[in-house]
Design a protein around this ligand. Structure first.
Ligand code: C5P
Length: 245
């Protein structure tokens, strides 16, 4: 499948675990273009700031750091997914733990950090078609995007997805036995995931700069009762007049 336009930008925004990145990934495969999960960039910055104990209130230090950080996103065809490199090191797994997840929402409030991320994100679309997902992609990064989508899902469904995703990831990691024991022992983890998601929803929606919100011209899709295939198909159906098979 190919979009008829020479070069295009598709944005997918929405709250955490609404299915944005998986949908973006599947769509990119169908449409033969790249996808960027912009959240991974904020996560990589969060990891760097945490590992190097950078004080978030020290604007000068932040400014310096932002130009020291090199973020690279490389496509892994064998897995059909992107890997993220921070100063040459693959941090794809490390940036997904809950400490970095929550810290990414805190650092994402900082104007100076957002400005740098937006600059990098816009650069990525200069020479190629792109599908990018995040919180402010349709509103701030690409306000003139060709197609904009906003995915939402109930908090229970999102918590369940995140729970299963984490369980899946931990099962394939070296620490499998330790993690699987915790998962089986109690249900508190699901409650904690829900609490963290609600906190992130609040933090992302209420921040001063580029809060999470739907662009006026975005199409909203509720994914609560949809599978990834169904939600991807829904978007393809909307794009069908723009696509050549
Ligand atoms: O999408 P993901 O959950 O990986 O994003 C991690 C965090 O990065 C979000 O909670 C949000 O605070 C921040 N983020 C953002 N703007 C984006 C993408 C992510 O503020 N475009």
């Amino acid at each position: 499948m190919k979009i008829k336009r020479k070069k295009f930008v598709i944005t997918i925004d929405g709250p955490a675990s609404s299915g944005k990145s998986t949908t973006a990934k599947m769509l990119a495969k169908k449409l033969n273009c790249i996808y960027i999960d912009s959240g991974s960039m904020y996560r990589a910055v969060a990891l760097y700031l945490k590992d190097n104990s950078i004080d978030l209130e020290n604007e000068n230090a932040l400014k310096e750091v932002l130009y020291e950080i090199n973020i690279e996103i490389l496509y892994k065809p064998e897995k059909n997914e992107n890997a993220i490199f921070l100063n040459g090191k693959d941090v794809s797994t490390k940036i997904r733990n809950s400490e970095i997840t929550n810290y990414s929402s805190i650092i994402a409030k900082k104007k100076i950090i957002r400005e740098r991320m937006v600059e990098l994100q816009r650069k990525m679309a200069e020479t190629q078609s792109i599908i990018m997902d995040g919180r402010d992609i349709g509103t701030v990064v690409f306000p003139d995007a060709d197609f904009k989508f906003f995915l939402k899902a109930s908090i229970d469904e999102r918590a369940k997805r995140r729970f299963l995703e984490m369980k899946d990831k931990s099962a394939s990691s070296e620490t499998e036995s330790r993690f699987s024991r915790v998962w089986r022992m109690d249900n508190i983890s699901l409650g904690k995931i829900k609490k963290d998601l609600k906190w992130r929803d609040r933090t992302d929606s209420n921040r001063e700069i580029s809060p999470l919100k739907m662009a006026n011209d975005a199409i909203e899709i509720d994914t609560t009762n949809l599978t990834i295939e169904e939600q991807t198909q829904k978007i393809l159906d909307i794009l069908k007049y723009e696509i050549t098979l």
